[in-house]
Design a binder for this molecule. Structure first.
Ligand code: FEO
Length: 399
C-alpha cells in the first residue's frame, strides 16, 4: 500500500524482503531491497516517478489504482530504465495508453529496446521542467553513467526541495520504514557503501562531477528519494558528501587478503602474511577472506575501502583458481584507483600462479609492489616465517 512522504508525495513502490541476488547472480542483497516509485501530486498535474520490477507489475498497478484513479496520472517520469524500475511500465501503460513518458533520449532508446512499444515519449534534458502548477515544477538533470547512460535525476522545488535520484544514493535495503532516521544507521550505511562499491565505483569521476554540479546549484534540499532503500530525510547532505568521499580513491587503513586454497597451504600463507603485517603495523586493519567461501560482493566492498589487496591462489593447471579469477575480474571492473597489491600462493611443480596473479592485479589497476611470495607443497615453519617476514616487508612498502 502507498505510504505518505509529504502531503503531496506518496511512496507507491514495492518492498522486496526476499531478494537475495540482483543483476542476475552478480550482486548479493542480503537485506533484500525495494523498488521505489513515487506519486507526486502537483496543483495541476499528477506525476508518477518510476515504476517497479516486472514480477511485481500487476501488484504495482493494482495498488496504484487504490491510491489514485489511473487516468488521473498526467505523466510518468522514467529516470532510468533498467528492468527493476521500468518493469511495470508496460502493464501500467496498457491501462493508460498515451500517457506521456518523460525520459532522456537514451532512456527512450532503452525503453524501445526493452519493450518494443510506440509509447508517447517526451524526451528531456538537463534544465527542462515539467510544470506542476501553483508555481512548482519538476526539473530534470541528466546524470549519464550513474549508472546507465539514460539516468537522470528530477528535482521538485516544492516541499522545501526534494531530489528524486533514482539509483544514486540508493541502498539494497528492505525496510518497513521509509526514512533514514527510522532505521539502524550502521546497517543502512553498510548497505549504502556496498551499493556504491558494487554499482557506482566504476563511475567515480562521473559521480564527483555530478555531485559537485548539483551542490553548485545551491538548491534547497529537504529530502533525497532514491529508487532503492530508505529516503534520506535526516541530514540529506550527509550522503551527498559521503559520495564525494567514496568517489575520491577511498581507502581506510586496511589491507585485505583474499585467497583460495585447495589443501590449506595458501590459507596458512595468508594467515602468516597477516601476522607479519599486524606485527609490523598494529594500527593497520587486516582482513582475510576465502574467495570461494565468502560472499563475493562483501569482499568487493572490503577491497573498495582497503589501501591494498593481497591475492593468493595455489597454482592449478598452470594458472590460478576459479574463485580468485572471478573475483579479480569483478575487481577490475570497479576501476579502483591508488591501491597497492601483491600476489602469493602455494605450488607443487610449475608454480606460475603467483606470477600470473600479479599480472592480473596489474591489469586490474593495482600498483603491484613486488613479485609476491610462493611456497612449495605444504609450508613448514621456515616457509611460514618467510611469509610473516613478507607481510612485514609488504606493509613497509606502503608506509
Ligand atoms: Fe536500480 Fe540501475 O537499476
Amino acid at each position: 500500500m502507498a505510504k505518505k512522504i509529504t502531503d503531496n508525495i506518496s511512496w507507491v513502490g514495492k518492498t522486496d524482503w526476499e531478494l537475495k541476488m540482483f543483476h542476475g547472480n552478480e550482486l548479493s542483497t542480503r537485506r533484500g531491497s525495494s523498488y521505489n516509485a513515487y506519486l507526486l501530486r502537483g496543483i495541476s498535474k499528477t506525476v508518477l516517478i518510476d515504476t517497479v520490477w516486472g514480477p511485481y507489475d500487476q501488484e504495482f498497478v493494482s495498488r496504484l489504482r487504490q491510491e489514485i484513479p489511473l487516468e488521473k496520472i498526467d505523466a510518468v517520469v522514467m529516470q532510468h530504465n533498467e528492468s527493476d524500475h521500468s518493469g511495470a511500465l508496460a502493464e501500467l501503460l496498457r491501462e493508460i495508453p498515451g500517457t506521456p513518458v518523460y525520459c532522456t533520449a537514451k532512456g527512450e532508446a532503452i525503453l524501445r529496446g526493452h519493450y518494443h512499444q510506440e509509447w508517447n515519449f517526451v524526451k528531456v534534458k538537463t534544465g527542462d521542467k515539467l510544470d506542476l502548477g501553483g508555481g512548482e515544477s519538476l526539473t530534470f538533470v541528466e546524470a549519464p553513467m550513474l549508472h546507465w547512460p539514460d539516468t537522470m535525476f528530477s528535482y521538485y522545488d516544492g516541499c522545501g526541495g526534494v531530489l528524486f535520484s533514482n539509483d544514486g544514493f540508493g541502498q539494497h535495503y528492505a525496510s518497513e520504514s521509509l526514512f533514514n532516521d527510522e532505521v539502524p544507521e550502521s546497517e543502512m550505511m553498510e548497505e549504502a557503501e556496498k551499493y556504491f562499491a558494487n554499482i557506482l565505483a566504476p563511475f567515480c569521476p562521473m559521480v564527483t562531477r555530478k555531485v559537485n554540479e548539483i551542490l553548485a546549484m545551491n538548491l534547497p534540499l529537504k529530502m533525497i528519494c532514491p529508487s532503492h532503500g530508505v529516503i534520506w530525510r535526516k541530514d540529506p547532505e550527509s550522503i551527498v558528501k559521503q559520495y564525494l568521499v567514496w568517489a575520491d580513491a577511498y581507502a581506510l587503513n586496511q589491507v585485505t587478503i583474499v585467497y583460495d586454497t585447495m589443501w590449506n597451504s595458501t590459507r596458512q600463507m595468508a594467515e602468516a602474511i597477516a601476522r607479519g603485517i599486524r606485527d609490523a603495523a598494529p594500527q593497520v586493519t587486516v582482513k582475510l577472506f576465502n574467495a570461494a567461501k565468502e560472499d563475493k560482493n562483501d569482499i568487493l566492498t572490503e577491497v573498495f575501502h582497503s589501501r591494498a589487496l593481497l591475492a593468493g591462489s595455489p597454482t592449478i593447471n598452470n594458472g590460478y583458481s576459479y574463485a580468485i579469477a572471478g573475483l579479480l575480474e569483478m575487481v577490475k571492473g570497479m576501476k579502483l584507483k591508488k591501491k597497492a597489491g601483491a600476489a602469493f600462493g602455494s605450488y607443487g611443480w610449475s608454480g606460475e600462479g603467483t606470477r600470473l596473479l600479479s599480472a592480473l592485479l596489474t591489469e586490474a589497476g593495482f600498483a603491484v609492489v613486488d613479485e609476491g611470495i610462493r611456497a612449495q607443497w605444504v609450508p613448514d615453519s621456515a616457509a611460514l616465517a618467510a611469509c610473516e617476514e613478507y607481510g612485514r616487508s609488504f606493509i613497509s612498502k606502503l608506509q
